[in-house]
Design a protein around this ligand. Structure first.
Ligand code: GAL
Length: 414
């Protein structure tokens, strides 16, 4: 299956370039840097490329594997004076430094025309509207802490119902292990280890503790027994990962659940794009849980495109056309249906989205469940330092007490 996916990626890439060249040789050329290279991601971004070409533009795809690598490449090109037309970032503070340095164009005209103040969720607005100007086009809402599980693996392990709590999840991971199946499919990379930790902080620690730590930088909260318990519960997951976990890409971990070789993956709903690409049905081949219980916190994350500073009139036209097309109702649904995300706006035909997305949309309607992701609340430097603490704790034989001390001192160092 992996081989087929590789081929389809190449085919998708060629179609993108060829389609663009043929479509409108004289249209607004847009060089777009992004990191969507997995099977599901490539299929999704093609929806935006096709919509942009159809709207009269010429999409020039510049995919770079890996979020950190793609963001670094974009910043280097911006600072190096050869900016792309647009570049992908997360809905976060990741691009706020380059805003402060005056290196981005705003898209106020598009935001006003498209009524973004009215149609976008507050956590998204808080990340893209800075000093009264709109510096990014949001293209999706992703929730990074979904629990995806393989129905065949659960059946083999004699698990007859979905876990309703973190403790029940632990019991199920034990049953999977006893049945000779990898309990937790984890990609052992720092961002994935941190994402998994944040899922446990939200679902075990709860909304208040999460906000005290990430929004309020409350040292007492990070030093509390409740936070210590979150660290301990997180580390327990280590008993259920396989030896192949270190360094594994997230979509290869998803493939283990798709193949029934692993029972559960804790990952953003971009993983659903892989299930979709593998033609698997939610509720039939796999299950999806946005946390435990009807009031589980819904961590709001996602992707945006920023528009590097330029006063070249054609490039500015291309930036406005991109921002308009990628946030408009049709492309929004077509993209999310393949990406696994939910649309940024609610005035769209949601019936085309699957049961997991419907759960996400329902959760987003309950503002009390919306929880900004850590990168919306914590500056990139501190986020990096906390990620180092967590990945060290996950990979080393460090005590919970020492990990808590390291976390607190990283917060104090910020
Ligand atoms: C996230 C991004 C998602 C997803 C994932 C894996 O940062 O928001 O859209 O694709 O990376 O590449």
């Amino acid at each position: 299956m992996v081989k087929a996916a590789k081929l389809s990626q190449i085919a998708a890439g060629v179609a993108l370039v060829l389609g663009a060249a043929v479509a409108h040789a004289d249209g607004e050329k847009a060089q777009v840097i992004h990191w969507w290279t997995s099977g599901g991601e490539s299929a999704a971004i093609k929806e935006f490329a096709d919509a942009y070409n159809k709207a009269g533009g010429v999409w020039v795809d510049q995919a770079i594997a890996g979020g950190e690598q793609a963001r670094a490449a974009a910043i280097n090109r911006i600072i190096g004076g050869d900016p792309p037309t647009a570049a992908q970032f997360n809905t976060s503070k990741q691009f706020h430094d380059i805003i402060d340095q005056g290196l981005l164009n705003n898209v106020d005209d598009v935001a006003t025309k498209e009524n973004w103040d009215k149609i976008l969720p507050q956590p998204v607005i808080d990340s893209i509207k800075v000093k009264g100007h709109w510096y990014a086009a949001p293209v999706d809402i992703h929730m990074p802490a979904w629990f995806f599980y393989s129905k065949p693996a659960f059946q083999k392990a004699g698990i007859t119902s979905e876990p309703k709590s973190y403790d029940e999840l632990m019991t199920d991971l034990g049953k999977l292990k006893a049945a000779g199946i990898t309990g937790l499919a984890l990609g052992g990379q720092p961002w994935q280890e941190k994402l998994t930790f944040d899922a446990v902080l939200a679902d075990v620690g709860g909304t208040d503790l999460y906000l005290k730590v990430y929004r309020d930088k409350d040292i007492a909260a990070a030093s509390s027994p409740a936070f210590k318990n979150v660290l301990a519960q997180y580390k327990k997951l280590h008993d259920y990962v396989d030896a192949g976990s270190p360094g594994r890409n997230w979509n290869d971990a998803t493939a283990l659940v798709i193949q029934g070789k692993a029972g559960v993956q804790i990952m953003g709903d971009w993983a659903k794009g892989e299930f979709i690409a593998a033609k698997q049905q939610p509720g039939k081949d796999y299950g999806c849980l946005p946390g435990f219980g009807p009031k589980a916190p819904y961590i709001v994350a996602g992707d945006v495109f920023v528009f590097p500073k330029t006063d070249n009139a054609d490039a500015v036209k291309a930036q406005h056309l991109l921002a308009t097309v990628m946030t408009s109702p049709g492309p929004q649904v077509a993209f999310s249906a393949k990406k696994g995300s939910i649309p940024i706006r609610t005035d769209v035909d949601e019936s085309k989205l699957d049961v997991c997305a419907q759960m996400g949309i329902a959760a987003m309607k309950d503002k009390s469940r919306q929880l900004p992701n850590a990168e919306m609340l914590v500056a990139p430097d501190l986020n990096g330092a906390l990620q180092d603490v967590i990945t060290n704790f996950w990979n080393k034989n460090e005590s919970v007490d020492d990990a808590q001390k390291a976390f607190v001192s990283a917060m104090k160092g910020a």
